[in-house]
Design a protein around this ligand. Structure first.
Ligand SMILES: C[S@@+](CC[C@H](N)C(=O)[O-])C[C@H]1O[C@@H](n2cnc3c(N)ncnc32)[C@H](O)[C@@H]1O
Length: 309
C-alpha cells in the first residue's frame, strides 16, 4: 500500500494546520482535493487501484484513517469522549470513501474529488455531535483547543503531595497518560502502582480503559491518584454539560468506594463544588494550594475514606 499511503501522507501534510474550528465550520479547502494531489492521483491511478483492489486492504486503510482522525480529535480537544457508536460512525465515513476506489469506472481523482465533500460533511456532523455532547461546540467555534499533555513524575508527586503511606500500594493512577510516567517512576520506588488511560497501551501495569469503568482490587486501592485528568475533565463537564457532570459525580463517588478504609483519592485540581458535600463521617477532605500566587491559585485535594462500609 506504499503509494496509497504516501499520497495520504501528502494530503495530511497539506492539511497539517487544520483546526477543529475548520472542521466544524466546513472549511471549503477540506472538501476539495488540491490540484497537485489530483495530479499525483492520476499519475499513480493504476498502482493505487492495484494496492487497494482487495476489500481487506481498503478496510485496513479506512481503519487507519479513522483511528488517526480520532487521535487528532482527542489531541486537539481533550474533553471529547467518543462513544462506541461515534467511533463506528467515523469508521463508516472512511469506509464509504475508500469503497469508491473499486467502483470508480474511470478517473479515480475525479471520483474522489466527488466523494471527499460528502465525506467531510459526514465527519463534520459526527464531530459536532461529539463536541456538543460535552458542551464544547461554542469553545471550539471560539478557537479553543485544550490539548492534552503529560507531566514529569517529579512534578506530579509535588503537586499531589504523595506520602510514603500512599506508596504502600496498591496505587491506581487514573488518566495516567499514554506512557504512564508516574506509574513507572513509583514502581521504580517499590510501589505496586498501576495505571489506566484511554490512550495507554495494555501492559503488565497499565490498562487501556475508561475511568467510568475502573478496575477493582481485592481489599480496595490504598491510593488512587489523578493528576490533571479525572478532576480536570469533571470541572469541564460541570461548567459545560449537565448530563456529563452527573456522570462524573457518580464516577467520583464510585472512585471513593473503591478505596480501602484509610485509603485516599489524591487529585488535582480540586473540586470545590463537590468536596463540601461529602459526608464528614465517611470522608476527610484536605485541600492544599498548589501555587499560592493570586493569579495562578489552584489546589490539589486528598479525600481519605474513614469508614469500612
Ligand atoms: C492532561 S493528561 C494528564 C496525564 C497524566 N496524568 C500526567 O499528568 O502526565 C489527561 C489524560 O487523561 C486521559 N483521559 C481522558 N479521558 C479519559 C477517560 N474517559 N478515561 C481514561 N483516561 C482518560 C487522557 O488520555 C490523558 O492521557
Amino acid at each position: 500500500m506504499d503509494v496509497a499511503l504516501s499520497l495520504l501522507r501528502y494530503r495530511l501534510d497539506e492539511s497539517a494546520r487544520t483546526t477543529l474550528r475548520d472542521i466544524v465550520s466546513g472549511l471549503p479547502a477540506l472538501r476539495r482535493i488540491s490540484r497537485p494531489l489530483s495530479e499525483r492521483l492520476s499519475r499513480h491511478e493504476a498502482t493505487i487501484r492495484r494496492e487497494l483492489s482487495s476489500a481487506g486492504a481498503r478496510q485496513t486503510l479506512a481503519a487507519g484513517m479513522a483511528s488517526g482522525f480520532l487521535a487528532y480529535l482527542l489531541d486537539r480537544y481533550q474533553y471529547v469522549r467518543p462513544s462506541a457508536s461515534d467511533k463506528r460512525a467515523v469508521l463508516d465515513a472512511y469506509r464509504a470513501m475508500t469503497e469508491v476506489i473499486p467502483d470508480a469506472a474511470t478517473d479515480l481523482a475525479g471520483a474522489l474529488q466527488h466523494v471527499i465533500g460528502q465525506h467531510h460533511d459526514r465527519l463534520r456532523l459526527i464531530t459536532i455531535g461529539m463536541l456538543d455532547k460535552v458542551g464544547a461546540l461554542d469553545d471550539v467555534l471560539d478557537g479553543a483547543e485544550p490539548i492534552c499533555r503529560q507531566y514529569s513524575p517529579a512534578l506530579q508527586c509535588r503537586v499531589l503531595g504523595l506520602t510514603d503511606d500512599d506508596l504502600a500500594g496498591p496505587l491506581l493512577d487514573i488518566g495516567c497518560g499514554e506512557t504512564a510516567e508516574l506509574v513507572g517512576f513509583l514502581r521504580g520506588h517499590g510501589c505496586a502502582a498501576f495505571g489506566i488511560d484511554r490512550l495507554a497501551p495494555a501492559g503488565d501495569h497499565t490498562m487501556r480503559g475508561d475511568w467510568f469503568d475502573l478496575p477493582m482490587v481485592a481489599g480496595g486501592w490504598r491510593t488512587i491518584v489523578a493528576h490533571l485528568s479525572f478532576s480536570l475533565h469533571f470541572i469541564h463537564a460541570h461548567l459545560h454539560a449537565e448530563d456529563e457532570a452527573r456522570r462524573y459525580a457518580v464516577a467520583y463517588m464510585s472512585i471513593l468506594e473503591r478505596l480501602q478504609p484509610g485509603g485516599s483519592f489524591v487529585y488535582a485540581p480540586s473540586l470545590p463544588f463537590i468536596e463540601p458535600l461529602l459526608d464528614p463521617r465517611r470522608f476527610r477532605v484536605e485541600v492544599k494550594p498548589v501555587r499560592p500566587s493570586p493569579d495562578e491559585a489552584w489546589s490539589s485535594c486528598r479525600v481519605t475514606r474513614l469508614d469500612d462500609r
